[in-house]
Design a protein around this ligand. Structure first.
Ligand SMILES: [Zn+2]
Length: 244
């Protein structure tokens, strides 16, 4: 059986596996899950202490710092065009990093469903993401491809994109972003396996020094039977590469 559905701007495929899945990796999954849960708990704690007054204070502090940066660039911060730039830039930066104020359970909400599946692989391709590299605080943008094999629980399809957004809206390196998305999906649905591939163009490469206009960076993380079963892994990479 093979079917293709369109979800928002991303493509979704549900396909039957050619490989027999193994349950051996379950123990390693639970170890990884624990680590994700620890991170989430600490995030939740920081969100609770972060009231709106605090958020406002931080905005004012950021705007003042941005004003200093403009002055250091030799700009006249009082000229009309720049008058509101510090606060505008602070708000933009706060939005670009809004993933710090959210947890995986916040974005997934009620979006996990019990569903008997026959080892079908769910693939969502071309989820658009925008993030900031933590080395230069300069954007990197591109696409995420996500696949998983459920065992009893599935995620609402839009939630995969929300998880990708959550981790993108932080200061990141692409390698960590890729792994965090994969581990969050593994933890949330207890999948048999997960594969995540991220393909981005980094403005710090395009705009500075090397200026490699067409260069894109590809990173992949495979967990569970995507890692242990060569056939599953091959099928995953075939699917995400098929129409790129
Ligand atoms: Zn960079």
């Amino acid at each position: 059986m093979s079917r293709v559905r369109k979800v928002n701007s991303t493509e979704t495929l549900t396909i039957s596996p050619k490989a027999t899945d193994s349950f051996k990796e379950l123990s390693s999954v639970s170890v990884k899950s624990k680590r994700v849960r620890t991170e989430d708990t600490s995030e939740e704690a920081s969100v609770k202490s972060d009231d709106s007054d605090n958020k406002e204070d931080r905005l004012i502090k950021m705007a003042s710092a941005i004003k200093t940066v403009l002055e250091c660039l030799g700009e006249d911060v009082d000229r009309e065009g720049l008058e509101r730039t510090p606060m505008r830039a602070a708000k933009a930066l706060q939005f670009f990093t809004s993933g710090y104020c959210q947890t995986v359970s916040d974005v997934v909400g009620e979006g996990v469903f019990n569903e008997e599946t026959q080892g079908d692989m769910v693939v969502v391709r071309n989820i658009e993401i925008h993030s900031l590299c933590e080395h230069h605080m300069v954007p990197f943008s591109g696409k995420v491809h996500i696949a998983y094999i459920p065992q009893g629980r599935i995620l609402g399809l839009s939630k995969l994109a929300r998880i990708a957004n959550l981790f993108s809206r932080r200061l990141q390196v692409q390698e960590r972003l890729t792994r965090q998305i994969a581990e969050a999906i593994m933890e949330t649905v207890g999948a048999k396996g997960v594969g995540v591939t991220v393909e981005c163009t980094h403005m710090c490469m395009v705009m500075r020094g090397v200026e490699k206009q067409g260069a894109s960076t590809v990173t992949s993380t495979v967990l569970g039977n995507f890692e242990t079963d060569k056939q599953v892994r091959q099928e995953y990479f075939q699917l995400i590469n098929s129409t790129r």
